[in-house]
Design a protein around this ligand. Structure first.
Ligand code: DAT
Ligand code: MG
Length: 140
């Protein structure tokens, strides 16, 4: 089993609520290694690339607005099966039903917003991980 990399984002709701440390602690306690880290204010161009798969969906514009609403933290986590492992730590997309014990299940809930706010993003495949890592850590 070879090492994988995944792209994790702490979204603006997580940063606003002071949960950056909590998210990183859960990644590290699970045994993954954080190998790169940056805080940034995402602009529309970077988010259009990151969320290209969701273009045209009803929550797409609210998603971009939300992701631009404050700083985010981007990090690379590494380890065997980390892509699947971080998705498991994060819990399912809908925080109302995300399992207790997960980041979304423990720390988020439904809000009166058009887009679901759920603290974190994690890549969903090797291909998207490499694509997303190059968006947030690709030189410059
Ligand atoms: P995930 O972040 O679990 O990979 P996704 O890629 O399907 O989920 O969607 C990206 C984000 O968009 C998700 O974290 C929250 C929001 N979202 C997804 N589906 C939604 C929906 N039906 N209504 C509102 N927001 C949604
Ligand atoms: Mg996704």
């Amino acid at each position: 089993m070879s090492k994988e990399r995944t792209l994790v984002l702490v979204k603006p709701d997580g940063v606003r609520r002071g949960l950056v440390g909590e998210v990183i602690a859960r990644i590290e306690r699970k045994g993954y290694e954080v190998t790169a880290l940056r805080m940034l204010q995402a602009d529309r161009a970077i988010l259009e690339r990151h969320y290209a798969e969701h273009e045209g969906k009803p929550f797409y514009e609210p998603l971009l607005e939300f992701m631009m609403s404050g700083p985010i933290v981007a990090l690379i986590a590494e380890g065997e099966r980390v892509i699947e492992g971080f998705r498991s730590l994060a819990g399912v997309t809908d925080p109302t039903v995300a399992a207790p014990g997960t980041i979304r299940g423990d720390l988020a809930r439904q809000q009166a917003t058009k887009v679901v706010q759920n603290i974190v993003h994690g890549s969903d495949s090797v291909e998207s991980a490499e694509r997303e890592i190059s968006i947030f850590f690709g030189g410059k």
